[in-house]
Design a protein. Structure first.
Length: 73
């Protein structure tokens, strides 16, 4: 990923990618997080004002790399 900033919240206009289980909800017990649907595999994307095609291309490229890495194992 290149476009989203990895952060909880910046209060700005850029896209933000966060990992709630280790960031915004880290203090909550795991069983309580999971009851609320916040699993360890959950990523949260808040889309900003970037060009939609740029965001789509960024995600497509990242998911493609992930798939290639999975096949390598």
């Amino acid at each position: 990923m290149e476009l989203p900033v990895f952060a909880v919240s910046l209060g700005a206009v850029e896209s933000i990618l966060s990992y709630p289980a280790k960031m915004s909800h880290a203090a909550m017990p795991q069983d309580e997080r999971e009851k609320r649907g916040i699993k360890n595999s959950l990523l949260r994307l808040s889309v900003g004002l970037e060009n939609p095609d740029d965001i789509i291309n960024d995600f497509s490229q990242s998911l493609e790399k992930l798939a290639q890495n999975q096949l390598a194992f």
